[in-house]
Design a protein around this ligand. Structure first.
Ligand code: PEP
Ligand code: MG
Length: 417
């Protein structure tokens, strides 16, 4: 009953229209499938994403080799394994690959299989997925870090900062958190339209108007919060993902304008916008190898959530370096940066043990798969970053959290911010 009978995979498409891996696992009576997401602003130290570079028919983006590896080597290795032994399944995948960055099998092949196994185990146990991770009771809902303006590598508008987000700090439950974000987004829509700017959206569903100054974007957001009847910095906090890897050249950064300036100047500018716009969270403020600058920023600001994404790439070794170096106080968690569910859970456990906030995240290329919504609740993660209230692949995660909150009924609580 609990034995894996069959593992198979196919090439499907992600939200950017790029090919990606879907894996499906079968026991005697049940089956489950999972789709691997894909990033655009990726960190150098992320696990390897296997694509068929030489397949011109798909412009080098197909994943037929990864699919083939699942249908042959991985299927053979996992056949007969106990579906409930996730750690063994992941260890077998890691051993079969045998490289530090998962270059043989590809993390996209491995993660699709790993997530499908986790889902199937929950189905066989007849448990909701969120009840099968780390938390055993007192489930809490994460605060959404809702993306409302897209820039950087996720849009073509020239905005330096990649993601402008809002966090509905005043919400007492998840449904209310969604309502607060909904109202601000609708008001932002009206403001953008009134200015004669485009109301089209970027890869993560946030608006991508043709503006090119961070301050212009921040002013628009502050106006939308006000127009919605909320207080910026109290009811709602503005949060940023700078994705500074993309804005770095020869030890200088072009975060706040097109001009490359020193770290000291960049920090001064950060402090200015933190004050002016009451910003509460900044992700990837500096480049992935620039540990010192992260530390300088941590020492220069007070009570600001500093989040490592490209810096840590959901990798335990890198998180340990960041902890010792006092680089940040929070970590972004992306399953495909490391490649298996078990390794992701190890990183979350360690992060929580050292007092870091954990923020579960989508990728800019994502799918209808809602695994990360359950992961956020099941690991007691403080926040979830999964785009805007637009594009079904983003909304699907929020809808799943609404269902989980409903299922929990009176027991449902919001997490600490
Ligand atoms: C991010 O940088 O946090 C992000 C979600 O984008 P991507 O998936 O392109 O890395
Ligand atoms: Mg990021």
């Amino acid at each position: 009953m609990n034995k894996i009978l069959k593992v198979l995979a196919r090439q499907v498409f992600d939200s950017r229209g790029n090919p990606t891996v879907e894996a499906e696992i079968f026991t005697k009576r049940n089956s489950a499938r999972a789709i691997c997401p894909s990033g655009a602003s990726t960190g150098t130290y992320e696990a390897f994403e296997k694509r068929d570079k030489n397949n011109k028919k798909y412009l080098g983006k197909s994943v037929f080799n990864a699919v083939h590896l699942i249908n042959t080597k991985i299927a053979k290795t996992l056949k007969g394994q106990n579906i409930h032994n996730q750690e063994r399944i992941d260890a077998l995948l890691i051993n079969l690959d045998g490289t530090p960055q998962k270059k043989n099998l590809g993390a996209n092949a491995m993660l699709a299989v790993s997530m499908a196994a986790k889902k199937l185990s929950a189905i066989v146990k007849k448990k909701p997925l969120y009840q099968t991770f780390l938390v055993k009771n007192n489930y809490k809902l994460p605060y959404p870090l809702m993306n409302i303006i897209n820039g950087g590598a996720h849009a073509n508008n020239g905005l330096r900062i990649q993601e402008f987000m809002i966090r509905p700090d005043c919400a007492k439950n998840f449904a209310e958190a969604m309502r607060v974000c909904f109202v601000v987004i609708k008001n932002l829509y009206e403001l953008i339209k009134k200015k004669g700017l485009s109301i089209s959206v970027g890869d993560e569903g946030g608006f991508a108007p043709m503006i090119n100054s961070n301050n212009q974007a921040l002013d628009l957001i502050v106006s939308a919060i006000k127009k919605s009847g909320f207080k910026n910095g109290k009811d709602i906090s503005i949060c940023l993902d700078v994705a500074a890897n993309e804005l770095f050249k020869k030890n200088k950064y072009s975060i706040h304008s097109k001009k490359y300036v020193t770290v000291e100047k960049s920090i001064k500018e950060y402090i200015k916008i933190i004050k002016k716009y009451k910003i509460k969270s900044i992700e990837d403020p500096f480049e992935e190898n620039d540990w010192n600058s992260w530390n300088k920023l941590m020492k220069s600001v007070n009570k600001i959530q500093i989040v490592g994404d490209d810096l840590y790439v959901t990798n335990l070794q890198r998180l340990k370096i960041g902890f010792l170096n006092l680089s940040s106080n929070s970590i972004l968690i992306k399953l495909n940066q490391i490649g298996t569910v078990s390794e992701t859970l190890d990183v979350i456990k360690f992060a929580q043990a050292i007092g870091f906030k954990t923020i579960i995240s989508h990728r800019s290329g994502d799918s209808e798969d809602t695994f990360i919504a359950d992961l956020a609740v099941g690991t007691n993660s403080n926040q979830i970053k999964t785009g805007s209230l637009a594009r079904s692949e983003r909304v699907a995660k929020y809808n799943q959290l609404i269902r989980i909150e409903e299922q929990l009924g009176k027991k449902a609580k919001m997490n600490k911010i």
